[in-house]
Design a protein around this ligand. Structure first.
Ligand code: SAM
Length: 166
């Protein structure tokens, strides 16, 4: 079964969304470690906590949760994100687009949790996936306009330096 590891260029974009040098980051579903590597490359002094099994992960406070959780079924990803909020107010996560459009209650909850950015990902990022995904960035206390950006697979090289074009 495919489990859709995150390509390096997407990991780099996710890491570029971190606001300031973090002391501690939780990667709750590290898989082959692509996100962990991207975090370490940009922030070598950051302690990265990797859950072998997020179900049994001890509750700790971290500066960021950065994740691409499993979505089969989608409810697993939704439940994991709900749990991430106990670990940090700063979350950068890949989620199905549906997570923000198919339930008004969930969308309202995400906005209250400080949804700051929604970044559309091209379908080709996860080849063979039937799930259209986006990156959601949450910042505790954020209540201003939510930015929506689109990343296209054709100019992905530019998109690594996200601030230059989003
Ligand atoms: C969509 S993949 C992403 C992997 C990695 N985070 C990345 O960004 O490349 C989801 C990963 O979560 C792992 N996983 C599934 N359930 C988990 C759990 N309860 N605890 C920790 N990891 C889990 C799977 O093995 C899979 O590699």
């Amino acid at each position: 079964m495919q489990d859709f590891q995150t390509p390096e260029w997407i990991c780099n974009i996710m890491v570029s969304l971190i606001d300031s040098y973090p002391q501690k980051i939780l990667e709750p579903t590290p898989g082959e470690g692509n996100l962990v590597n991207a975090i370490h490359n940009k922030y070598p002094n950051t302690e990265i906590i990797k859950s072998n099994n997020f179900e049994t992960q001890k509750l700790i406070k971290v500066d960021y949760v950065i994740a691409n959780p499993p979505f089969s079924p989608m409810s697993i990803g939704y439940k994991m994100l709900n749990k991430f909020f106990y670990f940090s107010g700063n979350i950068i996560v890949i989620m199905p687009w549906l997570s923000i459009i198919n339930s008004e209650k969930r969308t309202d909850m995400y906005i209250k949790k400080g949804l700051e950015k929604v970044i559309h990902l091209p379908r080709s990022v996860f080849k063979g996936s039937r799930v259209q995904t986006c990156i959601l960035k949450f910042k505790d206390g954020y209540s201003d306009n939510i930015t929506l950006s689109f990343i296209s697979s054709c100019n992905r090289k530019q998109s690594v330096d996200i601030n230059n074009w989003l």
